[in-house]
Write a protein that binds this ligand. Structure first.
Ligand code: NPG
Length: 368
């Protein structure tokens, strides 16, 4: 396929409720969408970067900038492009994995649409639906948290993830465990809010039978995670630190994690995400699919990935209405705690043009 151009579109979607993590409170999602236009077909990509560089150093405007100035023009040199050539072609540009992932995703979707192959089949999926967990933000009070968790359990979610930070950790976890019982699949996510000096405090979570604690320490602190893993009995899962298959192999080998959260948009794309999956399977390390408040576009692709055999824990692949009253695609609706893996060619879903236009803030066309 020869690319003729790429459209960059920034959209802004209101959230159904504020979502508070240890690094920010979000009330809306600003997202960057890509539409890659090739000689035979078109494909969609979604960049997972947030409006501000709080979760990672990348952010929407930085991604739009590097895509339009460097990454997209670089692909003009390729007369015949397929998704496997995108990452090697962009390799000379350092970092910017979220931007690269979005571009590879759009090319991959275009290519698979042209050949009629669903993304799930291309990646090696073994399931036609996936069990879904939900991520619950930091709340002002424990009663408010219990009410939110009860609502999600009523919806059918099979696993609860609580966002934690210093001052909001042991007590909310204890309350949820006591209120909902020992059978609830429960895990926590610190988004790098602690240091190794908090090890004894974090060991206070040990009695609650958590599935895992996600990214307790800062992104670069692999050694610290390895030390922490020896001091607490809750399994350590890494998210932000896992930037590539190589990083995953190193973290596992060093004992820094025993579970991995794979976010395709954070690791440079679905092809690298599959390599991380393969590395983890080879090491006997369970993986699950993370979420970044994706629209239906990114959600569709995450469901395809989450259907691979090594994804043995429920992911943050929640239904569209977890975050959005109106999504830009047909919504993904939870059924018996599961979402269906899309079966159409490519992502198997497309934005609804009128809705997309309604939420669009800017568009830019980069011709190749
Ligand atoms: O279900 O899409 C979702 C959100 C899940 O909590 C979630 N994501 O750290 O994993 C995370 C967190 C996140 C949210 C990360 C926003 C970055 C931005």
């Amino acid at each position: 396929m020869k690319l003729t151009g790429v459209e960059l579109r920034q959209i802004r979607l209101p959230l159904v409720a504020p979502f508070r993590t240890s690094f920010a409170t979000q009330t809306e999602r600003t997202a960057l969408l890509l539409r890659a236009v090739g000689t035979e077909s078109e494909g969609w990509g979604e960049c997972v970067a947030m409006a501000e560089p709080r979760y990672s150093s990348e952010y929407v405007a930085s991604c739009a900038d590097v895509l339009s100035r460097h990454l997209i023009p670089e692909l003009a040199r390729y007369e015949s492009l397929d998704a496997t050539t995108v990452a090697p072609a962009l390799e000379p540009f350092r970092g910017h994995r979220m931007a690269k992932a979005a571009l590879e995703m759009a090319v991959l979707d275009a290519e698979l649409r042209a050949s009629g192959v669903p993304l799930a089949r291309e990646l090696g999926a073994v399931r036609d639906r996936v069990p879904c967990g939900v991520s619950v933000g930091i709340m002002d009070s424990v009663p408010e948290l219990l009410e939110a968790v009860a609502g999600y359990l009523d919806d059918g979610y099979v696993r609860i993830k609580l966002k934690i930070e210093p001052g909001w950790d042991i007590e909310p976890v204890r309350a949820v465990r006591q209120h909902f019982g020992d059978d609830l699949l429960l895990q926590v996510d610190a988004n790098a809010a602690y240091t190794l000096a908090d090890a004894r405090h974090l060991a206070g979570l040990d009695p609650f039978g958590l599935l895992l604690i996600e990214q307790p320490l800062e992104e670069e602190d692999i050694l610290g995670h390895a030390q922490l893993a020896k001091l607490i009995s809750t399994p350590v899962c890494l998210d932000e630190s896992i930037t590539s298959a190589r990083a995953a192999a190193a973290a596992i080998t060093l004992g820094a994690c025993s579970i991995v959260n794979i976010k395709p948009g954070r690791v440079g794309g679905y092809l690298e995400a599959r390599r991380i999956h393969d590395v983890c399977v080879a090491h006997g390390v369970p993986v699950w699919c993370g979420g970044m408040l994706e629209t239906g576009i990114g959600r569709a692709a995450n469901l395809a990935l989450a259907a691979l055999p090594g994804f043995t824990l429920p992911g943050d692949t929640s239904a569209s209405d977890r975050f959005y009253r109106t999504d830009i695609t047909d919504p993904f609706v939870l059924s018996d705690g599961h979402l269906p893996v899309p079966t159409g060619p490519g992502l198997g879903i497309e934005p609804l043009p009128e809705v997309l236009d309604e939420f669009t803030v800017t568009t830019e066309w980069i011709a190749l």
